[in-house]
Design a protein around this ligand. Structure first.
Ligand SMILES: [Zn+2]
Length: 476
């Protein structure tokens, strides 16, 4: 016979099982995805799998890919062109034509989720949580591509049914292997927001669509976390790159791909062979992770006009703002927003504290001294109207008549050229560099504890609520 105690024990056992499935990391495997009920179960998927992103995003001005020598000759008046070649037209096309797969779980009820920053999760057990979240009506989960080692990459789209007009906010994390906080924080923020029953949370979810790729570099991330010795360099430096030594955050074919403008020196921060960091890859877009993110960013920034995009990095308690080659308006918008979020993060710190988050402007010559393009560089490129050049193999600014690589236009506001219109001129983008010092990097027991303290002490729990408010106010 079932007594109350019996029932209570059973309920406790069921909850314990659920809790274990979610929090026990090492044996955790992703819940099997339910088969999508039809090919295009969401508006996003329908667009992603039918829209002609390739034709929409290329410059039609130069048809034939130039040789490396021809590009150098063409650019000699402006500077030099170094490093590896750009991306091939075929590969670019493949990137923009890749299909997404619906992984949303539609026929199971949502069960409460507990997510503990101090616990150790494998990539699969983190993805398991995204699957669980996708049981909520309006939360969609997509496979958007693959990692170097073939792991699926996921985007989660939180688009709770609402009659209100929504702002789109993008979040990405852990493009750098040792910077585990991005992935952890984004999932924690989503898990908590989606289970918050308050009026405030309801309002946030009714007027904001959050779309996140919490972990851009799962191979590197799990390598650093669980095979640490293989992902450690001399003097205990942990890896930033993918498993094959490509720094994804230099691999994008944005405006700043491998160019050195006249009068600039090549950056020391670029390696010419695979390393734990700063190797941009054998050519732009060489990493499958990059290609997946290119389509993701193009869709949400150019087509869906996202209003804010934040890439979570780590470390130094810094927020990087202002790409030198963005428009003045966009630079101002980014700085104002970052200033606002800096205040939120720092509100628990004493006035004179040296532990505060600070804003840092990106170097003036950034992108003109041979470095590859970062993910936010690429985001700003496409927001400002750059197109993929089939001749150069990276993005360029265009007029109706000509293509201009960045070294010909170091500053977008100073050019007199009649550039094509920017599709999302007010996009706000900045990066969080979470935490301070080596103790915040990686995924040891101590690190996870440090990152949990950072999350709490710097009010990262409020970030999504504030992002929603900020985007909403901006639109009014
Ligand atoms: Zn980073």
């Amino acid at each position: 016979m079932l007594t109350k105690t019996n029932i209570r024990q059973r309920i406790t056992a069921v909850f314990l099982c659920i809790f274990l499935v979610i929090t026990v990391p090492y044996g955790g495997s992703a819940v099997a995805a339910d088969e999508p009920k039809d090919d295009f179960s969401t508006k996003t998927l329908e667009t992603i799998n039918t829209f002609d992103y390739y034709s929409h995003s290329i410059s039609n001005l130069s048809e034939d890919p130039l040789t490396f020598g021809e590009i150098s000759a063409l650019m000699k008046n402006y500077g030099t062109y170094i490093g590896s070649p750009g991306m091939s037209d075929d590969l670019y096309k493949e990137a923009m034509e890749q299909q997404w797969e619906d992984c949303t779980v539609r026929d199971k009820d949502f069960e409460p989720i507990s997510f503990d920053i101090t616990a150790a999760y494998t990539y699969n057990s983190l993805i398991n949580i995204l699957y669980m979240l996708s049981r909520i009506d309006g939360v969609n989960l997509y496979k958007i591509g693959k990692s170097t080692k073939g792991r699926p990459l996921y985007a989660i789209e939180v688009d709770i049914p609402s009659k209100k007009e929504k702002d789109t906010v993008l979040l990405t994390g852990t493009i750098h292997a040792r910077e585990t906080a991005g992935c952890t924080y984004i999932i924690k923020q989503l898990v908590d927001l989606l289970q918050d029953k308050s009026k405030k949370a309801k309002k946030v979810l009714s007027c904001t669509r959050f779309v996140a790729v919490p972990c851009v570099n799962p191979d590197g991330r799990d390598g650093v976390c669980f095979y640490t010795e293989n992902y450690t360099y001399k003097s205990n430096e942990l890896w930033k790159a993918t498993s094959d030594g490509t720094d994804l955050n230099r691999n994008f074919p944005g405006l700043s791909w491998g160019q050195i403008a006249k009068g600039y020196e090549k950056s020391d921060y670029i390696n010419t062979s695979p390393k734990k960091l700063y190797y941009p890859g054998p050519y732009a877009g060489s990493a499958p992770e990059t290609r997946a993110m290119m389509k993701f960013l193009y869709h949400y920034i150019v087509l869906e006009k996202a209003s804010i995009y934040i890439d979570y990095h780590q470390q130094g308690r810094v927020m990087y703002v202002e790409k030198p080659w963005c428009s003045a308006t966009q630079r101002e918008l980014c700085s104002d927003a970052a200033e606002y979020f800096k205040t939120i993060l720092n509100k628990g710190q004493k006035k004179s504290s040296s532990n505060k988050y600070i804003l840092e402007k990106e170097e003036k010559e950034y992108g003109l001294n041979g470095v590859g393009s970062t993910m936010t560089d690429y985001a700003c490129s496409i927001a400002n109207g750059s197109k993929f050049s089939r001749a150069y193999g990276f993005n360029v600014y265009c007029t109706k008549k000509q293509e201009y690589p960045l070294i010909m236009i170091p500053h977008i506001d100073k050019t007199k050229k009649n550039l094509l219109e920017a599709p999302n001129p007010n996009l706000i983008t900045f990066t969080f560099e979470i935490g301070w010092g080596k103790k915040a990097l990686g995924y040891s027991d101590k690190t996870r504890k440090t990152l949990a303290d950072e999350y709490k002490n710097y009010y990262f729990s409020e970030v999504l609520y504030e992002l929603s408010n900020y985007a909403y106010e901006l639109r009014q």
